[in-house]
Design a protein around this ligand. Structure first.
Ligand code: GCB
Ligand code: CA
Length: 893
């Protein structure tokens, strides 16, 4: 079957309306000059909010930008009010006026001059509210009051009910005031553009079917002429059609026109060629132009095969890309369009050709960018983790699905409509109960309803649901058989132990769901961009384990032809308020941080996916390093270089280290670092051209012997109970992992690494309050007797870090951590003294004084070291065992 589609902008389009001779722009944003109040207004509209203190804001705006990342559990989910005055000229008396919202989370009531003009449910789709019957139009300038009550409280009738992301409240996308003639393209229809472009394309010709829905709100029957014109990318008009129709008063009608484009210039990721269509409505009697809208058009066809994956324009194409959430550090979801566009550009620059817009429709700028850049897309409504078995929930889901489809119908980049994510991961009722069975059957029934609704709305695109890695559950309930494509979110090597389980799982689908195309819709591993290690382990949150994980996944993805594609979880780090771990409230599975800094993983994918010459030294994201000098006063550490060349040469300070062949897009070099500046240069030759990358690593060499004068000791920060380096570029902090004490050097004496029950290799995953350096406080050495540094005589500053990791509160398990155990609540009565070089610094340290569970505690002291005694910090436990989480030693003189 040929599958294809044309394009229309998601907005109501640019409407140009003639009023006399003057053209009035039909759409103007009203983002500035709002007032906001977080809370309820009593007796609205009687009070009209006059007695409250408003805050001046501009849109996009969210009221949760800060409280999703503070240390207070939870964030405000309740009512917020917005207020604005809009001015309507008397000249618009006969116009139809709308407020058009690209998105507001999640239940909105729109009041004009105190009267309810419309409502909307659902935080991720656009809606349009007709307001002309509520506005004052008496004078030449008419002030009209817009009040919006918005509520982001949990509502069992509105998806999403539960998910691993923050449900920010607010009007967080653009709002427009739209002015239209009584006759116009019908944007009233689920806030769509009123135009559907269907295409049927092959390499010789494209049939372009333009169907317009036209509304006649006037009290007279109208004779109209509809004209559609197709333009090539360079602006040349290439095709034209028109038809006449009459519409009775207060009704709407459809006008369909077919155009044939010979030798179409096809749209694809390599060549995202866009035509565009201008559609106009004229009054057939007077010739007056009543409405006009301009929509891009991409010509392509595609299909998914269960055996061979995805084909675009008849050619096989492995879909590889990422998922994306829409928020940014400290801004929440209220981000400018430029950021949406930049994210798509970053995906394209990685070599990605696919985006799964997860887990909800996003700003129109996203799909517009995909059309322009050539990124194939899947989009979904936010049914995540569970459903509610009510008609109200079902109706809202259906409504969202129709909104999503009609609003995004014409994007050439879009190939999949999806409607559920991991919906069986968190089912209601007891396992094996009758109620549970009934619940499953209701989920399947809802899926069937939504699937057929999607097909009814759009015959040309595929449907999909994404499932978590419990094959049996989706298979036995029949849910996996409902959509055309099954998406799998697989975390073998992360939530599930064994990475190789991935291949077995995908093979099983291929065997048992032999006729279902599949996409690996999620795979990923958390990585705090500040954490590095030479011994990567599952759940250590290092950039290095993330790299290992993805090396495996990409190989599997590329090897199995029946897997149509894969979407990395996730393009960017995003807010998930309930998460703890190394970066509390953030899911760090991103290729990029929440401020869009690349992690080393991003370079790995660039090297593997880009067709243009590429080389990058991985360590450009790890510029502060440390290690102990060898006999040549060097320290050898591995550095990855990423390239799509055949071999790479790496130089340090001008000296060639080695030339080595590239495998899977990278080479690991053992670099002899010197103390101080290391100027790294990597080169490769591609198509007879040499390309290079340069970076500087500031290496803090620790002397093997602290008394050595060759490399004098200056400072060290040690993270206890950890195998990780912690690097904070912003605050110029570099921490190294612990080591046992050896004479002449530094390290702990005795004790063991703190480990929680469960799967963390070491440390705790709990949020530590009062610090941004959770990763330092989350690991510790237990039962140590001393920490020693054989530093030369001088004056030193010593800082000790502690956090009590045993807490009386049991962990709330993360829903995805199905195989992990959680720490039960526990109490400790530890008590220990800390002394430095024999003098007591802290007496009876424990929960009775500074060690409040899960809180950071640090203290700093200065000490004069003389007579070659070095530094010894002693820990003497009087109850249970002593602990130490971090130590910093600085030489002052
Ligand atoms: C998933 C979910 C996604 C989570 C992700 C994770 O399976 O679909 O929403 O954020 O795993 O990181 O746990
Ligand atoms: Ca909070």
């Amino acid at each position: 079957m040929i599958r294809l589609k044309g394009y229309i902008a998601t907005l109501c389009g640019l409407l140009f309306i003639t009023v006399g001779f003057a053209q009035v722009p039909g759409k103007q944003s009203i983002n500035t000059g709002w007032e906001f109040y977080k809370g309820s207004i009593a007796n609205y509209p009687a009070t009209q909010g006059k007695d409250i203190t408003w805050q001046q804001v501009s849109l996009p705006h969210t009221w949760n930008a800060a409280d999703v990342s503070d240390d207070v559990p939870g964030y405000y989910r309740g009512i917020g009010w917005y207020h604005k005055t809009i001015y309507i000229p008397a000249a618009w008396k006969n116009k139809m006026l709308y407020l058009y919202f690209e998105g507001a989370n999640q239940e909105a009531e729109i009041y004009i001059n105190g009267k309810l003009a419309g409502t909307h449910k659902g935080g991720y789709t656009a809606f349009s509210i007709r307001i002309d019957s509520y506005v004052n139009l008496k004078d030449s300038v008419n002030a009209n009051q817009v009040d919006i009550k918005l509520d982001n409280s949990h509502n069992e009738s509105i998806a999403p009910l539960d998910a691993d992301f923050s449900f920010y409240g607010g009007i967080y996308r653009d709002v427009y005031l739209i002015t239209a003639n009584q006759v116009h393209f019908n944007g009233d229809d689920f806030a769509s553009s009123g135009i559907k472009i269907n295409t049927k394309v092959d390499s010789l010709q494209a049939e372009v079917n333009i169907s317009s829905s036209i509304l006649n709100s006037s009290a007279q029957k109208k004779q109209l002429r509809v004209v559609n014109e197709v333009f090539a990318a360079d602006g040349t008009s290439i095709s034209h059609s028109q038809s006449n129709l009459s519409i009775s008063k207060e009704s709407n009608a459809l006008a369909g026109q077919l155009q044939i484009i010979k030798n179409p210039h096809l749209w694809s990721p390599d060549d995202p060629y866009l035509y565009h269509v201008i559609s106009k409505i004229y009054d057939a009697i007077t010739g007056e132009l009543l409405d006009e809208t301009d929509n891009p058009l991409g010509l392509r066809w595609f299909n998914f095969s269960a055996e061979q994956g995805f084909f675009l324009n008849g050619k096989h194409l492995k879909l590889i890309g990422a998922n994306r959430h829409q928020d940014y550090k400290d801004l929440g979801n209220a981000v400018p369009d430029a950021l949406h566009i930049r994210d798509m550009e970053l995906l394209k620059k990685m070599g990605g050709n696919f985006i799964r817009i997860s887990h909800y429709p996003q700003d129109p700028a996203v799909l517009q960018a995909c059309d322009r850049l050539g990124i194939l897309a899947s989009i979904e409504i936010p049914i995540v983790n569970r459903i509610t078995e009510t008609a109200a929930f079902t109706d809202n889901c259906k409504h969202m699905l129709v909104e999503m489809i009609r609003q995004n119908y014409n994007h050439p980049s879009l190939v999949i409509w999806a409607y559920m994510n991991e919906v069986l991961i968190y089912p209601r009722y007891d396992d094996h109960s009758e109620q549970r069975k009934l619940y499953y059957s209701r989920v399947v029934a809802l899926a069937k309803t939504l699937d057929s609704l999607a097909h009814q709305e759009d015959w040309a695109r595929y449907t999909m649901i994404s499932c978590h890695g419990d094959f049996d559950r989706y298979f036995s309930t029949g849910l996996a058989k409902v959509p055309q494509i099954v998406g799998w979110n697989l975390y073998y090597g992360w939530y599930a132990k064994d990475m190789a389980g991935l291949d077995a799982f995908l093979e099983r689908h291929h065997r048992e769901l032999a006729d279902k195309p599949m996409i690996l819709t999620e795979f990923g591993a958390d990585a705090d961009s500040r954490l590095r290690t030479f011994n990567p382990q599952r759940f250590d949150k290092t950039v290095d384990y993330q790299l290992l994980y993805h090396q495996y996944y990409l190989k599997t993805l590329q090897k199995l032809p029946y897997v149509a594609g894969g979407a990395i979880w996730c393009l960017v780090d995003f807010s998930a308020e309930q998460r703890q771990e190394a970066t509390p409230h953030v899911n760090t599975k991103g290729l990029l941080t929440d401020t869009r800094e690349p992690k080393e993983l991003y370079f790995f994918y660039q090297a593997n996916l880009l067709k243009t010459p590429f080389i990058k030294i991985g360590t450009s994201t790890w510029k502060m390093r440390s290690g102990t000098a060898d006999s040549q006063t060097q320290c050898v550490q591995p550095v990855n270089v990423y390239s799509n060349g055949a071999s790479v040469s790496l130089y340090n300070n001008g000296n060639l280290i080695k030339t080595a062949p590239v495998e899977q897009g990278f080479v690991v070099f053992n670099v002899p670092f010197v103390n101080g500046i290391n100027q790294l240069k990597a080169t490769t030759v591609i198509s007879e051209k040499t390309i290079e990358d340069n970076t500087v690593v500031d290496f803090k060499m620790q002397p093997a012997d602290f008394k050595s004068t060759q490399i004098p000791f200056t400072a060290i920060n040690v993270s206890l109970g950890s195998e990780r380096y912690f690097i904070d570029d912003n605050l110029h902090q570099l921490w190294v992992p612990e080591q046992p004490y050896a004479k002449g050097s530094w390290g702990y004496v005795g004790g063991e690494v703190f480990k929680m029950p469960g799967n963390l290799p070491y440390g705790s995953g709990k949020n530590i309050l009062g610090t941004e350096y959770d990763a330092i406080y989350q690991t510790q050495r237990v039962g140590l007797s001393a920490f020693k540094l054989d530093v030369p005589d001088g004056e030193y500053e010593i800082t000790l870090q502690f956090a009590e990791l045993i807490t009386p509160n049991a962990d709330k398990p993360l829903v995805y951590n199905l195989n992990d155990q959680v720490q039960k609540g526990n109490n400790t009565e530890r008590s220990f003294d800390v002394s430095v070089n024999g003098s007591l610094l802290i007496k009876d340290l424990g929960t009775q004084n500074y060690l409040i569970p899960q809180h950071a505690y640090a203290t700093k002291t200065t000490i004069t070291v003389k007579d070659g005694q070095g530094i010894t910090v002693n820990f003497n436990a009087t109850k249970e065992q002593a602990i130490l989480n971090g130590i910093q030693v600085n030489r002052i003189y």
